[in-house]
Design a protein around this ligand. Structure first.
Ligand SMILES: [Fe+2]
Length: 419
């Protein structure tokens, strides 16, 4: 086990030990204290299971989970594992069924996760079978608590988790709420396997600093600029974060000078001939053109112009995780708006114009930090000490916020920890 007492040389999380991205004991503890702990994880969208009997498999951390809709319309979620001998129960990624029957010994469960059938429970020809005191009611699937908010399905493993609205807090409710305030329509899915630790992705989506430096599309056309009105805000406990920016809110000439002065060699941008891919049709009250909203521990909502999506992050082992992107629009979109969103969907996913480099950057970190796990990364952009909201994206403070809440759950906060 890594010596977690020495994880933090500073109490403000401005140094992060590389061990945290590699150690397998840390990874196991995360499953226990975070993913199966007092948090709400996003399971998916209600519209993925519109009809009674519809189901979809997902994961909470490394735990396989299935969620479905029962005959009354209620949504349930349970661990996707037979209560008998532990076989994966639902083997299709999605579908519709009347009940869930395990392929191994045909044990059968209702859409509420209750066990209703055990073949040969009473044996055959008077021999074998379950003992007389065997009670079906004691062997249902392991159920998650479920909360559905504005069509987003959340699940948690523990009764101790606070009510969902309290967990999300006003900032998340306001900004996610704007994105799902109308019935949504799924446009498609993308999946990406990244050979890096899952927390590097949680850092990445709390990092507004890299967007105009790493991403070649933004650099080439001078689109996402740190000179724009933007910021990184968090909830009171710094669990979640909102990165936002307003395109067109800065001066083109001043932006060119700023980037030239800081030796980012893109003083002369090329010009996009067809600007449809970066055009924002105003449809949300704030008029923010890009929002990356990170919900601890496993979800990201994004609005990039009119490209809307929900990403869920599924850790596999310390060195790999998967991102599942759900791209959506609204049920009342006309054909032109759907086409506009699909065109803008080219920006995200494993080959997205402004996200393809993220996976690569994370893998660079994973590889280079592996041999020297007692060394530290440094996080001082936006200042050290107090964790606070800033109206700039030249800022890594939301990452320190993430580590602060992470450490609380993991029980590894340093003495005198900044929260
Ligand atoms: Fe990025």
């Amino acid at each position: 086990m890594a010596d977690l007492d020495a994880a933090w040389p500073r109490n403000d999380y401005s140094r992060v030990r590389y061990d945290l991205f590699h150690d397998s004991d840390v990874f196991e503890r995360e499953q226990d204290r975070i993913f199966r702990g007092p948090v709400w994880s996003v399971l998916g969208l209600e519209t993925e299971i519109p009809n009674p009997g519809d189901f979809r498999v997902t994961a909470v951390g490394t735990t396989p989970v299935v969620f479905n809709r029962d005959q009354s319309g209620a949504v349930h979620a349970f661990v996707n594992r037979c209560a008998h001998r532990g076989a994966e129960l639902v083997r299709e990624p999605y579908g519709n069924c009347k009940d869930h029957t395990c392929i191994y010994h045909a044990w059968c469960y209702t859409l509420q996760g209750d066990l209703i059938g055990v073949p040969f429970q009473r044996g055959a020809n008077g021999r074998g079978g379950m003992p007389p005191d065997f009670d079906l009611r004691e062997h249902g699937l392991q159920k998650l608590r479920v909360a559905v908010w504005k069509g987003v399905v959340f699940g948690t493993f523990t009764e101790a988790t606070e009510p969902l609205p309290t967990y999300l807090g006003p900032l998340m409710i306001e900004h996610i709420g704007e994105l799902v305030d109308r019935p949504v329509k799924i446009l498609g899915y993308q999946r990406q396997r990244v050979f890096a630790n899952w927390k590097l992705y949680l850092e990445n989506v709390r990092d507004g600093y890299h967007a105009s430096l790493l991403h070649e599309f933004n650099r080439t056309f001078g689109l996402s600029r740190l000179t724009q009105i933007s910021g990184g805000h968090m909830d009171d406990r710094h669990r979640h974060s909102l990165l936002f920016q307003y395109a067109g809110s800065d001066d083109d000439q001043a932006a060119r000078q700023a980037y030239a002065r800081d030796r980012v060699q893109r003083g002369e941008y090329m010009t996009l001939k067809d600007t449809a891919i970066v055009r924002y049709v105003k449809e949300h009250p704030h008029g923010i053109t890009t929002r990356i909203i990170s919900v601890f521990p496993n979800a990201v909502f994004h609005q990039i112009y009119n490209c809307l999506g929900l990403r869920t992050i599924r850790p596999i082992d310390p060195g790999q995780f998967e991102i599942v992107f759900i791209l959506f629009g609204y049920e009342d979109d006309d054909e032109a708006m759907t086409g506009h969103r699909v065109n803008q969907a080219n920006m995200v996913g494993p080959s997205g114009l402004i996200s393809m480099e993220d996976g690569e950057a994370l893998e660079l970190v994973q590889r280079a930090t592996a041999p020297d796990r007692d060394a530290y990364g440094m996080y001082e952009m936006g200042g050290t000490g107090t964790i606070r909201n800033l109206d700039t994206r030249v800022n890594e403070v939301p990452i320190r916020g993430f580590w602060s809440y992470y450490s609380e759950l993991m029980g590894i906060e340093p003495a005198g920890a900044v929260r």
